[in-house]
Design a protein around this ligand. Structure first.
Ligand SMILES: CC1=C(CCC(=O)O)c2cc3nc(cc4[nH]c(cc5[nH]c(cc1n2)c(C)c5CCC(=O)O)c(CCC(=O)O)c4C)C(CCC(=O)O)=C3C
Ligand SMILES: [Fe+2]
Length: 370
């Protein structure tokens, strides 16, 4: 039996996605409210969802992850219930927090389905948590968002195995010289510059995960593969600079440079959701086919039991820290374990919206801890 005190629940906080054709437009309105996404891009995104019957894979994948965590908790004797709330679709975070309060939950660890520091993957989730607590009122549980897990072995090791497996999908003759193309969501350069306590954390953390995955692959295959970090799924007004190169442009460059094949590794995402199954498996695959460049795509970490165990690890580690102990913090590579509590001003909204709310609320309610 492991003590998870002072936690009496885990909350999985995710993005959310439509579950049928009628959900697509309302979902996209939720995602882009006040975010300056041009209408063309919105129509395009809607078309991607419609290609999959209006159903995003993300909700099913979160249900699988919750089942894996529940099994892991049960096997390890960790008696915490797991709740689930989303930013942009049902089950909405506000409703879940209300239910947690009604169930008598006093303090919950929060796992977001985003491994890296950025406004979209960290700061905005903090804002969502603050807003949901305010909406719930005095009975709202105290919420402690768990540290970034991009360099946790339970996140990285499944990525290594999935990358090794993807080589089998390439023609045998080109495998040894295939390039590893590590991909993540593009974000505005200005947002990347302010990510994390000192800025630049989004790119620095991705480079670290990319390096760790490439190292693991080299160990498994007994040969080195060169790698690049590239970006996908860009949106927003075209005059603003976003992180580059785009994965499609990068594949063209590899072809021009005489690289015979590529393995796409979506290190930026936790599950094979729409940005993976459309932007890579449809769009980038089409680019590669036009170029005559063989590509394979590695699966994300998803509901791998090692990731579920990592979640338990992070919960127990944080619980111990809150009890004043000095827990062992499992981590790979050179950057060390991420901070427990995001300092003020970490991962701010690039558009400056909510900055007042965020700053003021964070001061009034110290970083989501009592
Ligand atoms: C860094 C990052 C992650 C990774 C971290 C994480 O995983 O959280 C992520 C994840 C996701 N993004 C998703 C979907 C969308 N993101 C959009 C728009 C945007 N994303 C951005 C960034 C990120 N997004 C940004 C800077 C914008 C521009 C508007 C804004 O500044 O907010 C739009 C609007 C239309 C479009 O532009 O495509 C949609 C539909 C889904 C759900 C997929 C599914 O349904 O399976 C997921 C998991
Ligand atoms: Fe996104």
């Amino acid at each position: 039996m492991h003590s998870a005190a002072p936690f009496d629940a885990l909350l999985l906080l995710s993005f959310g996605g439509p579950e049928g054709p009628d959900d697509v437009i309302p979902f996209l309105r939720n995602v882009t409210r006040g975010r300056g996404v041009p209408p063309e891009r919105l129509a395009e995104a809607g078309a991607h969802y419609r290609l999959f019957g209006g159903v995003s894979p993300i909700n099913g994948q979160n249900r699988e992850l919750i089942a894996a965590i529940e099994k892991d908790f049960a096997d390890a004797g960790v008696g915490l219930p797991v709740y689930w709330g989303n930013r942009n679709w049902q089950p909405y975070l506000g409703d879940t927090l209300r239910r947690m309060a009604d169930d008598g939950v006093r303090r919950a660890a929060v796992l977001v389905t985003s491994a890296y520091a950025s406004y979209s993957g960290c700061g905005q989730y903090h804002e969502n948590l603050l807003a949901a607590r305010a909406e719930t009122g005095a009975e709202a549980p105290v919420l402690d968002k768990l540290r970034h897990y991009y360099n946790h072995p339970g996140f990285v090791e499944p990525l290594v195995d999935h990358t090794v497996a993807a080589f089998d999908d390439l023609p045998a003759g080109v495998r040894a010289d295939a390039r590893l193309v590590m991909t993540t969501h593009s974000i505005p350069v200005a947002t990347a510059e302010t990510a994390g306590p000192e800025g630049g954390a989004y790119v620095a953390q991705h480079r670290e995960t990319a390096r760790l995955v490439a190292e693991g692959v080299a160990r498994a295959l007994g040969r080195e593969h060169a790698w690049d970090l590239v970006y996908q799924s860009r949106s927003g007004p075209p005059h603003l600079p976003w992180l580059e190169p785009d994965v499609n442009d990068h594949l063209a460059r590899l072809k021009a440079d005489g690289v015979p094949a590529a393995v796409l590794v979506p290190i930026g995402f936790v599950s094979d959701h729409m940005e993976v199954v459309y932007d890579l498996d449809v769009q980038a695959a089409e680019t590669a086919a036009t170029l005559g460049l063989p590509v394979a795509r590695a699966a994300t970490t998803g509901a791998d039991p090692r990731f579920a165990a990592a979640v338990r690890d992070l919960v127990l580690e944080r619980a111990a820290a809150l009890r004043g102990e000095s827990p062992d913090r499992r981590v790979l590579g050179a950057l060390g374990p991420s901070h427990d509590v995001c300092p003020l001003g970490c991962c701010p909204d690039p558009r400056g919206r909510g900055a007042g709310l965020r700053g003021a609320a964070l001061e009034a309610v110290p970083p989501l801890s009592s």
